[in-house]
Design a protein around this ligand. Structure first.
Ligand code: 4NP
Length: 156
């Protein structure tokens, strides 16, 4: 079992979008029993809340469900429980490393560093542009899946 955790500031816009898109990709490829996905926040601000209505509406356009999803905060145990811990932007990555008390952890990535974009995922909580976020997150999820399958093939 390979476990992937997406992390953003609030766990209501970007990381739940990544979780839902990734789960959809995994289901479509018949990999649900091989790869598990979750998401979490660096902040405690929205614990227990469902994804932002902009995220829910954008995902609905693509027939992707957010049913049952609720924000939670990153915990130290996540370090042991996940193989890939993926922050949406540079500040998320810095906070992940601090919160996990693992200053240089090879499991931790900035999401779009896995694509040609090599930049932060813009936060639609501030930009209001959920389509831009969707497009980048979708590309990022395909890159994460490719990385997992490549490493899995090497027997990692
Ligand atoms: P997210 O976006 O990190 O993509 O979930 C945000 C959600 C909430 C806030 C900021 C960013 N906030 O300030 O409450």
């Amino acid at each position: 079992m390979i476990r992937v955790l997406f992390v953003c500031l609030g766990n209501i816009c970007r990381s739940p979008m990544a979780e839902a898109i990734m789960r959809d990709l995994i289901e479509k490829r018949g990999l649900s029993e091989t790869i598990k996905v979750d998401s979490a926040a660096t902040s405690s601000w929205h614990i227990g809340k469902p994804p932002h209505k902009g995220t829910v509406a954008k995902l609905q356009e693509f027939n992707i469900t957010t049913k049952g999803m609720k924000a939670r905060q990153l915990e130290k145990e996540d370090y042991e429980n996940f193989d890939y811990i993926i922050g949406m932007d540079t500040s998320n990555v810095q906070n992940i490393l601090k919160m996990l008390e693992q200053p240089e952890q090879p499991k931790v990535f900035r999401f779009l560093d896995l694509t040609d974009h090599k930049k932060d995922v813009p936060d639609p909580y501030y930009t209001g542009d959920f389509q831009e976020t969707y497009d980048l997150v979708f590309e990022g999820c395909e890159a994460v899946l490719a990385l997992i399958l490549e490493e899995d093939n090497k027997g990692v």
